[in-house]
Design a protein around this ligand. Sequence first.
Ligand SMILES: [Zn+2]
Length: 161
Amino acid sequence: MDSYEQMHLYISGDVERLMEERMIPRETVLKAIHEAESTGQKFSKRSTARSLAFHRPKTVTYWVEYSRIGEEYQVHSAYSHRMGMKSGGGLTTDNTASVYESGWICNLCKAQLEVQTVRLQYMQCIFPHNLPVCPHCSVILIAEELATGKMAEAEQALEDK
Ligand SMILES: [Zn+2]
């Protein structure tokens, strides 16, 4: 696969504004997609042919929802969070998480996600949270709603302390 600089992105004006607002550089989006495409480690949705890439270069995790159209990658959304996450909390009986509605599967394992109790950590605080996880390779899916909602609020609250 070509290096990420040679990849072509299609980003609509709306998504570009969203990226600007969320301070997500275009280069980071390229790197996230490149990493997902070269390793196969991403989430995918068969019904819509969309992919969800994740990329954590340092202390921020970036997520990019995209689809491939010919040689171009169309970016549908991008978001980020600083909170770290760790799986291994075991299965939970709370299956109300929107995982089953979302339709994402682990692309590498071709596995349906299951809901597990995951530890989200930021600064010195740990928040147990029920999240969709691949039962084989343990990758955790953070949905846009969570990253830009509850997680962002908690990060902000801790920084303000
Ligand atoms: Zn997996």
